[in-house]
Design a protein around this ligand. Structure first.
Ligand code: RP5
Length: 165
């Protein structure tokens, strides 16, 4: 039997997977079990609401929502769950992701969506942020996070210019 997911990744479209695969890879790196679904706030609203409203009882700790354009998915999921919702605005579209960013980040008071950067950086950071949230109550993940950050720091400190190699 596969492990119960701690993170639920929800994408508005399969076209978002190109970006969100980087979120999934980072969760894999930390060994976090996750589920992934395509569920749109406007095309499949019942599916989106069901994922959010059942997440907590299914053991999910964090929901990551990725959407582009008039990106209301994260806000809709937040309306149906009191779990932390991390929003990842998708790049592209007429405004190159600014539309996605503003429609994800500008939640009116009362129902927050914690919004990450547009595109790949946001997708990767959403995974790390999810681990940070889980790690507040799980020492094994806290240790993995500390190891990850140490390795990342060492990697940067060891970087050399091509003419110094
Ligand atoms: C949003 O519309 C999705 O999240 C996606 O970013 C965008 C485009 O969807 P497709 O037209 O590629 O299905 O709902």
């Amino acid at each position: 039997m596969s492990e119960k997911p701690l993170v639920s990744i929800v994408m508005g479209s399969m076209s978002d997977w190109d970006t969100m695969q980087h979120c999934a890879s980072m969760l894999d790196k930390f060994g976090v079990p996750y589920e992934k679904n395509v569920a749109s706030a406007h095309r499949t609203p019942e599916k989106a609401c069901k994922i959010a409203s059942t997440a907590q009882e299914r053991g999910v700790k964090v929901i990551i929502a990725a959407a582009g354009g008039a990106a209301h998915l994260a806000g809709v999921l937040a309306a149906h769950s009191q779990l932390p919702i991390l929003g990842v605005p998708m790049k592209g579209w007429a405004l190159d992701g600014m539309d996605s960013l503003l429609s994800t980040v500008q939640m009116p008071r009362g129902i927050p969506v914690m919004t990450l950067a547009i595109g790949k950086a946001g997708a990767v950071n959403a995974a790390i942020a999810a681990v940070q949230i889980i790690a507040t109550a799980d020492e094994a993940y806290a240790k993995k996070l500390a190891d990850f950050r140490k390795a990342q720091t060492e990697e940067v400190l060891e970087l050399k210019f091509p003419d110094e190699k």
